[in-house]
Design a protein around this ligand. Structure first.
Ligand code: MSP
Length: 662
């Protein structure tokens, strides 16, 4: 009987810069899922790759004085490039696609032509606001204060000939797919897509560009290059041989449709609306699931090169070991939501889960087996009243873990394993093996206690294999567990380990870290990695020297007293469909909730503000905004940072909302 198939993909990454820990997060999660399915016996195809076309790469290459191809080659294949990073992170992909690969380019041309021949792609005129320096078209609603949202400069009305995809034709089928199936997960993302994008009306999508050339040329009209998202999305199928000769057609037959695409939340729209619509046009089966994961922020802020707060996976992986880093990412943050990366959390997780709970359990168990039995447990073993609960928990673990893994809930799956590990540690306290060891008559009981511990550990380790591949191999060796005892099947049965198990204490898998010292060292290393002078993020002018040197006219104390500043609690913070610049904050000022629209969306993720105590100007006259659709009732107090960003002061959680600020 042939094996069941499982096809899983990461997004293909833009090689416009070095990848950071946020990118690694997505690949590590995909890797854990792929390893889990392989463990279960599936024939897995795990695809990743790079999305190498587009204006941004063309510009970056120009700045670097190399050709776009040289530029991407270096970032993908060069030292410490994308492929090196996946090697470091132990990402076990089966196939790597680069959208500049010839076979992919040819296939994209054929796909484009097929949709054109069908009438789903047609030639029209693209009208919009054009930013000449950026060579970019924008729609009215994308502009910020009437200017280019990327560089902040004025735009002009312009039109160009372009091809369009009849997205509107598929709107109701896509809506039905999202609303009535479990195609898009987590479910919360469905509402966002339907309400923000589909229900307001899906317009046909402009799918070619003439303003730059670094892309796949439309072969029947070579002035045009294919829109990067068409080029990118179809990677999931061209890498299976669709309309090309690089891979056998049978791969497509075998693996398509994908079981799941893991993608970050900001590209859910492309994967859950545009992608299914294009597949419908091509009359191809749809992927079974798209899962939109959350973002990893750093210190409450979105990671970005310009802010100098990107976390380098090389630094951490080399310092703490790749397994510790992989584990931290999936154990700490719920996959579907945003998470806030901090060095404190990283070290705390390594110390608590890995060094204390897992590492200690293994080293205590193997050390006691060596000390009391020379490493090999006697077959004569005696049950005790403490056993039942541990055995029941370890025996049921695989099922509980599987239920969570099937929902891509890595944090919960690991939570199940660590609940059993904690129970095993408690079992040591309850049974006190060092006391049993004092009495010859208790040796059978002592042997059983150590057996139960070793067997519980073995089951946990099987289930940890997708997360800690390197470490588990070493730990199995300490338990004398060969291949058969590392299998998925063996994790369902308590007692697979032979009674006369041969244990030996090996190296300490996760040495405890001196948190205080390490944090200081890490902070220093990260600070040293920051660019000396971070460029100002587009659109918010770098706080010019004049802002610091020039002062507002003097005011009297009485005039100052007219400004009423108060501490307010952010009860909700959300992005706005109508503006890329503004966040909508619902704050409680001690008496009532009010709405404040604040121009900080570029620097602050809503999640980083929710629940925080901030300063507001409370007696500012209410101001209609966004054409009168909203009234902002106050102002959030924030400081300009030298790099053009913005810093927000948070008050202690226990300071009551409404406290006056002087
Ligand atoms: N090239 C497109 C994807 C095309 S897929 C057909 C792209 N590339 S990207 O390099 O910008 O992002 C790749 C993935 O990395 C996205 O899923 C994105 O969400 C993810 N991440 C980038 N930064 C991230 C965090 N800080 N945290 C979590 N994931 C992040 O989009």
């Amino acid at each position: 009987m042939s094996k069941k198939k499982f096809y899983i993909t990461t997004p293909i990454y833009y090689p416009s810069d070095r990848l950071h820990i946020g990118h690694a997060y997505c690949s590590v999660a995909t890797d854990a899922m792929a390893r889990y399915k392989r463990l279960q016996g599936y024939d897995v195809l795990f695809l990743t790759g790079t999305d190498e076309h587009g204006l941004k790469i063309e510009q970056k290459a120009r700045e670097a004085g190399v050709t776009p191809q040289q530029f991407v080659d270096n970032i993908v294949e060069g030292p410490r490039g994308v492929k090196d990073l996946w090697k470091l992170m132990d990402v076990s992909y089966d196939r790597f696609i680069r959208t500049t690969d010839d076979y992919h380019v040819t296939a994209i041309q054929r796909i484009f032509k097929r949709m054109y021949d069908k009438g789903d792609i047609y030639k029209g005129t693209y009208k919009g606001k054009y930013c000449t320096p950026c060579e970019s078209f924008w729609t009215e609603s994308q502009l910020v204060n009437g200017c280019c949202p990327d560089c902040g400069r004025p735009v002009v009305d312009a039109e160009e000939e372009a091809y369009f995809f009849r997205l509107s034709k598929y709107a109701s089928r896509v809506r039905d797919l999202l609303v009535n199936t479990d195609f898009l997960q987590p479910r919360s993302r469905v509402n966002e897509m339907v309400h923000n994008f589909i229900d307001p009306g899906l317009e046909d999508l402009c799918v070619s560009r003439t303003s730059f050339s670094w892309g796949v040329p439309v072969d029947f009209d070579p002035r045009h290059v294919v829109y990067v998202w068409i080029d990118a999305l179809f990677n999931y199928t061209t890498a299976l041989g669709l309309l090309n000769d690089r891979y056998p057609d049978s791969d497509y037959e075998t693996y398509w449709p994908a079981d799941v695409h893991f993608v970050g939340k900001e590209i859910v729209r492309f994967h859950s609306i545009i992608w299914p619509a294009m597949l419908m046009s091509m009359e191809m089966p749809l992927p079974k699931h798209v899962f939109g994961h959350g973002w990893l922020n750093f210190g409450g802020e979105k990671m970005s090169k310009s802010r100098g707060n990107v976390v380098d996976p090389y630094l951490l992986g080399e310092r703490y070991g790749v397994d510790a880093l992989r584990f931290f990412l999936l154990r700490t943050f719920p996959f579907g939501s945003d998470g806030n990366f901090t060095n404190e959390l990283l070290i705390q997780t390594i110390n608590t889960d890995l060094a204390n709970d897992l590492g200690n359990l293994l080293s205590r168990t193997t050390a006691m087996a060596e000390k009391y039995f020379g490493g090999t447990l006697p077959e004569q073993q005696a049950e005790g009243p403490e056993d039942a609960e541990l055995l029941a928990m370890a025996g049921a673990l695989r099922g509980r873990y599987e239920a969570e893994m099937e929902k891509y809930a890595f944090q919960n799956a690991l939570g199940e394993v660590f609940t059993v590990i904690a129970r095993a540690n408690k079992y040591i306290d309850e049974t006190a093996p060092w006391v049993l060891a004092k009495n010859e008559a208790d040796r059978p009981r002592l042997a059983r206690v150590l057996y139960d511990l070793a067997e519980t550990l073995r089951i946990c380790l099987v289930l940890l294999r997708p997360f800690l591949p390197g470490t588990c191999a070493k730990a199995f060796a300490q338990l004398g567990a060969g291949e058969a005892l590392q299998s998925w099947e063996s994790a369902a049965v308590f007692g697979a380990l032979p009674a006369a198990a041969a244990l030996h204490k090996g190296e300490n898998l996760f040495p405890r870290i001196d948190a205080e010292k390490e944090l200081a060292a890490l902070d220093a290393l990260m600070a040293a990695q920051k660019p000396a002078e971070a460029p100002a993020p587009a659109n918010r002018p770098a706080a010019p020297a004049a802002d610091i040197g020039e002062h507002s006219p003097e005011i009297s104390f009485d005039e100052f007293c007219k400004v009423e500043m108060r501490v307010a609690e952010v009860r909700a913070a959300e992005r706005m469909a109508e503006s890329r610049k503004l966040l909508k904050l619902t704050v409680f000022d001690g008496e009532r909730e009010r709405c404040i629209l604040s121009g900080i969306a570029k620097w602050w993720a809503p999640e980083a503000l929710a629940g925080k105590k901030v300063a507001i100007v409370a007696n500012l006259a209410p101001r209609p905004m966004l054409g009168g659709s909203y009234v902002s009732e106050g102002m959030l107090v924030a400081a300009d940072t030298p790099d053009g960003g913005c810093s927000i002061a948070f008050y202690p959680d226990d300071l009551p909302a409404g406290s006056r600020i002087h």
